[in-house]
Design a protein around this ligand. Structure first.
Ligand code: GSH
Length: 265
């Protein structure tokens, strides 16, 4: 039987959620990692005419992650994939969706936290050619690195426009992130996980979708985000430190450190 295959935008936080679950259940997979914009053709190739993929308020119909299962099924949307993996590979006691509250929280993070952290990080880091080049060099294949050399500025413009990234929208996103961090800080004060006594999809979604603004990298448990030599702009360092100091920030860091690994059955 073929392995599972995962088409990703390599640095995407929505994609990290799925890697987390694959890894958690010890499922083998092959990843086809792309830069944004370059993901478009491979996803289209694998989905067109199959009735797979739909646009939603945070992404296009060709969004990543896209899972091609070992049985040839295509599943798009990180939440659908996580549910599929949990149904198929988890024992009942380790299932990631034990209650409806988990799904509600996950949808809340998907719709509000994910787009806000993405906007902020692109706004603060995309203008830095050093960071872009280092990320690209450390994360994708040589042909994509070459293409990025020529198309980099067109790609960054496309990202900025498609995601409506500007001063005004980023201020709103900052407010949203601070609001969600304060809600989660409150909620997590007296408990180890967001729902019940075991890790659930809600915890994984919070940790992953918050990770860009905390800049959780490979040294802290992230699967792909490399440790960078380039310097971050001051406004980003300040934000990262502010959010890391909150109980919600500490919670996300702890989950990456302690839970982002294969569980022993
Ligand atoms: N509903 C989707 C959202 C994922 C998403 O927004 N993915 C982004 C990367 S951060 C993407 O692939 N964007 C490109 C596109 O929409 O074509 C999911 O949960 O998988």
């Amino acid at each position: 039987m073929a392995d599972h295959q995962l088409i990703t935008i390599v640095w995407s936080h929505y994609n990290e959620q799925v890697r987390w679950v694959l890894q958690r259940y010890g499922v083998e997979w092959r990843e086809h990692a792309y830069l944004p914009v370059f993901h478009f053709l491979p996803v289209m190739w694998e989905t067109l005419g199959r009735g797979v993929g739909h646009a939603d308020k945070v992404s296009s119909r060709f969004s990543t992650p896209l899972l091609i299962t070992d049985e040839g099924r295509r599943i798009s949307d990180s939440r659908e994939i996580m549910k599929y993996l949990s149904d198929r590979f988890a024992e009942k006691k380790n299932h990631l969706y034990p209650t409806a509250e988990v799904t509600q929280l996950q949808n809340y993070f998907h719709d509000h936290l994910g787009p806000a952290t993405r906007k902020i990080v692109y706004y603060m880091l995309l203008p830095s050619p050093e960071i872009n080049q280092e990320m690209v060099k450390k994360l994708v294949s040589l042909p994509q690195q070459w293409m990025f050399k020529f198309l980099g500025s067109i790609m960054t413009n496309m990202i900025t426009q498609n995601l409506h990234i500007n001063e005004k929208t980023v201020q709103k996103s900052l407010q949203k992130v601070r609001q969600i961090f304060s809600e989660i800080s409150e909620r997590i004060q007296s408990r180890k996980y967001l729902v019940g006594r075991k890790i659930s999809a809600a915890d994984i979604s919070f940790a992953c979708l918050a990770s860009p603004v905390l800049w959780i990298d490979q040294s802290e448990g992230h699967s792909t985000i490399p440790v960078l030599d380039s310097k971050f702009p001051k406004e980003f360092i300040d934000l990262k430190e502010e959010l890391r100091a909150t109980p919600a920030g500490q919670f996300a860091l702890r989950l990456f450190k302690e839970e982002h690994q294969t569980i022993k059955a």
